[in-house]
Unconditional design. Sequence first.
Length: 133
Amino acid sequence: MNKSIQNAQDTLQRFQSSFDRSGEGVKQTGKPNYKDYVKAEKGQRPPNFTPKGAKRSGAFNEAKRASGIPVNEQPTKVTPAVDKRGNPIPGRDYHFKDGKIIREHSGGHTYPDDPSQNRGSHFNDVHGNHYDY
């Protein structure tokens, strides 16, 4: 089987397994509704939606797909990432022509109070889902 097809099937299977048996959160087309996947149980690490075996570009492309951005579309603008207070943080914000932004957190996150939430370099799609690389 083609590796990209297998990766797509693995990703879809991970998305679908995060739902209850009713299939709630899945559109009638059978494609995942990415905006419903962002929340993890309290105290649990949010799931990683990067296709199995993918590196940085694969994670970025999957974040684009989840955000409804064609994978061949280039950002119109790339800006340094800032936190909620406007302070610069390691990473970039990729702005696309439809106003959507994919954020790269190249420095990851460290939470001394809850190390289970620590995360390495990743992208966030428009729904807040994580794509580790």
